[in-house]
Design a protein around this ligand. Structure first.
Ligand code: CDP
Ligand code: CDP
Length: 225
């Protein structure tokens, strides 16, 4: 291992991917967004009208699916069987079903296997729901990033506004809460703070404050820039 591994977990819209991307830039690390992998499988399942409750069909689909994450100029690019789907995986029709797809044991163990193959020599920031508990249980630094549901819904709402996407604040809040509920109550590696994770409540923190705090902690755990 040449450098440290940072595991970043937390509920929807806590600011994980925004912070992770900047932390990786600052440290010269690779950023891996594991949520994008579950979203990509969900996109393919939705397109093929596969029932998100059908574990066997989803597993078979995943075994015939190539998901690639590549660095782009403006962040990570996502490819499904060779076709770029970076924007498509953020659509509502995917978000609505992703937690149902992600709760299956067979799907999760294959995803975890693929994610662990990406770890190589460290120098990595990986974000998701089970990174500190299942994917990198021995990560040098684990962060559990939280914020109130009100603040998380407000952040997603502002993001949609700035992108010209129509949305309703209350509806966003209930969708976020529903996804958090499914993610935290599933049987296999539910969203939970690892015992040795540092909790960061970002409700009143700016992105820069979050990035500075995590890079400071990373330096304390031996990150080499
Ligand atoms: O960015 P956002 O908070 O909307 O979610 P995401 O990180 O893109 O993840 C989408 C969904 O994938 C989550 O709500 C989980 O159901 C699932 N997921 C997971 O189960 N385990 C992970 N390591 C990452 C995501
Ligand atoms: O990856 P995750 O779903 O946890 O959240 P995100 O997509 O990185 O962040 C949701 C939105 O909150 C983005 O538009 C960020 O710019 C904004 N935000 C943040 O991430 N952190 C703060 N401390 C304040 C705002």
């Amino acid at each position: 291992m040449n450098n440290i591994r940072i595991a970043l977990d937390g509920p929807a819209a806590a600011g994980k991917s925004t912070a992770a991307k900047k932390i990786a830039e600052k440290l010269g690390f690779i950023y891996i967004d594991t949520g994008a992998m579950y979203r990509t499988l969900t996109l393919k399942a939705v397109n093929q009208q596969i029932d998100p409750k059908n574990e066997q069909a989803l597993y078979d689909l995943l075994m015939n699916t190539v998901i690639e994450l590549k660095p782009g100029e403006d962040g990570q690019l996502v490819f499904l069987d060779g076709k770029e789907v970076t924007r498509d995986i953020r659509e509502q029709r995917v978000t609505k079903h992703v937690s149902d797809v992600a709760l299956h044991k067979a799907v999760r163990s294959e995803m975890v296997k693929r994610q662990q193959k990406l770890l190589k020599n460290g120098g990595i920031v990986m974000d998701g729901r089970d990174i500190g508990t299942a994917v990198i249980p021995d990560a040098e630094l684990k962060i559990f990033m939280s914020a109130t549901a009100e603040e998380r819904a407000r952040r997603r709402f502002e993001e949609h506004q700035s992108q010209g996407i129509k949305s309703d604040l209350q509806q966003l809040k209930s969708e976020i809460e529903e996804r958090d509920y499914i993610d935290s109550t599933r049987e296999v590696s539910p969203l939970t703070k690892a015992e040795d994770a540092i909790e960061l409540d970002t409700t009143h923190m700016s992105i820069d404050e979050v990035v500075n705090k995590v890079t400071e902690l990373a330096a304390g755990r031996g990150a080499v820039q």
